[in-house]
Write a protein that binds this ligand. Structure first.
Ligand code: COA
Length: 331
């Protein structure tokens, strides 16, 4: 029997209606459209405004989009992974709530957290379950409500992040399509440069820290930028080398949408022409775990069976990596 590979067989997505444009941000903090556009490539982000709605709301919508598009019976889904850095609540699993709400009543489920690399690492986990032969339908959702921990008075972070979700289904493939190779890494020394310090187990929120806004995300942008450029480009180059791929062989680069300049630097390291670089950061900003599936959603109609896609991501922790995948279907 041929080896089982894990292929993506469907994509769904959801972004909230509300658009937080650079022009609106100009009225909130000391910034301007020209600075944001040239430094990051972002023009607007989507924000989930409704009270009481968390990451699971986004995840459910994206999963539902996929289920409707593919016409799958949610009862056939065996595992639901929600990749997220902004779970609904402490202690209660966002994935369990999401799975039940989409009708995946026969599935087990769990959250996976690796900051902006959550979805990339989730691709590795989902694929391993499929490759083991034990599971045939694994739903991987990347969802984040970043607006829940952004300080909209801090211009260093509020211009970057947005809310959104994307979902993909992994199924077994016997034609050798799907995930081919991966290089995944982490380095805990990066934690100090990107974190929300208060609100976790090390430093619970107190009235004082709350008033000082220490539960919001803090980022030392320049250091994160340098590490993102170096590490994302490095693993991308290595995965090409290891698989004897040249820039001509690659159909697409799907890189985490954190900053247009980081994506361009990664593409340039492997001499990839701009037309092969998926880009939607201008519409959504950095949606953390949702950037990669949102790219697949936006480019799905252009993807062809057999296309060679290189995924790359970098995030807090630090966490980073690259995955080489062969696309499994024509839209
Ligand atoms: C955040 C980021 C866009 C800032 O761009 P940068 O070129 O590094 O800018 P710097 O932080 O060096 O700041 C340059 C100047 O712009 C100013 N500035 C910062 N934010 C600004 C804003 N929103 N509007 C206008 N000016 C701003 C700074 O105060 C600084 O001014 P100074 O030179 O007078 O001190 C960039 O560092 C970045 O994208 N980092 C990585 C982000 C990321 O990927 N995060 C998630 C990881 S997955």
């Amino acid at each position: 029997m041929s080896k089982i590979t894990a292929a993506i067989t469907g994509v769904g997505a959801y972004v909230p209606e509300y658009r937080l444009t650079n022009q609106i941000l100009e009225t909130m903090v000391d910034t301007n459209d020209e600075w944001i556009t040239t430094r990051t490539g972002i023009k607007e982000r989507r924000i989930l405004k409704e009270e009481g709605k968390g990451t699971s709301f986004l995840a459910i919508k994206a999963a539902q989009d996929l289920i409707d598009k593919k016409g799958i019976d949610p009862k056939d889904i065996e595992l639901v992974i929600v990749a997220t850095a902004t779970p609904d609540m402490k202690a209660a699993s966002t994935a369990a709530f999401t799975a039940t709400h989409i009708g995946a009543i026969n599935a087990f489920s769990f959250d996976l957290e690796a900051a902006c690399s959550s979805f990339l690492f989730g691709m590795s986990v989902a694929s391993s379950y499929i490759e083991s032969g034990k599971y045939k339908n694994v739903l991987l959702i990347g969802a984040d409500k970043n607006s829940s921990f952004i300080n909209y008075k801090d211009r260093a972070t509020c211009i970057i992040f947005g809310d959104g979700a994307g979902a993909v289904l992994f199924e077994p493939n016997h034609e050798g399509l799907g995930l081919q190779d991966e290089i995944l890494r982490s380095n805990g020394e990066g934690r100090e440069f990107l974190q929300a310090t208060y609100g976790g187990s090390s430093y619970p929120i107190t009235a004082d820290t709350f008033n000082e806004g220490k539960h919001y995300v803090f980022q030392e942008g320049r250091t994160v930028f340098k590490n993102a450029v170096f590490n994302m480009a490095d693993v991308t180059e290595r995965i090409l080398e290891r698989n004897n791929l040249t820039n001509d062989d690659i159909s697409w680069l799907a890189a985490h949408q954190a900053n247009k300049r980081i994506i361009e630097a990664t593409a340039s390291r492997v001499s990839l022409e701009p037309a092969k670089v998926m880009m939607n950061i201008h519409k959504y900003g950095n949606t953390t775990s949702a950037t990669l599936p949102l790219l697949l959603h936006d480019y799905e109609s252009q993807l062809k069976k057999g296309d060679k896609i290189i995924f790359a991501a970098f995030g807090g922790g630090f966490t980073w990596g690259s995955i080489y995948l062969k696309w499994a279907y024509n839209s």
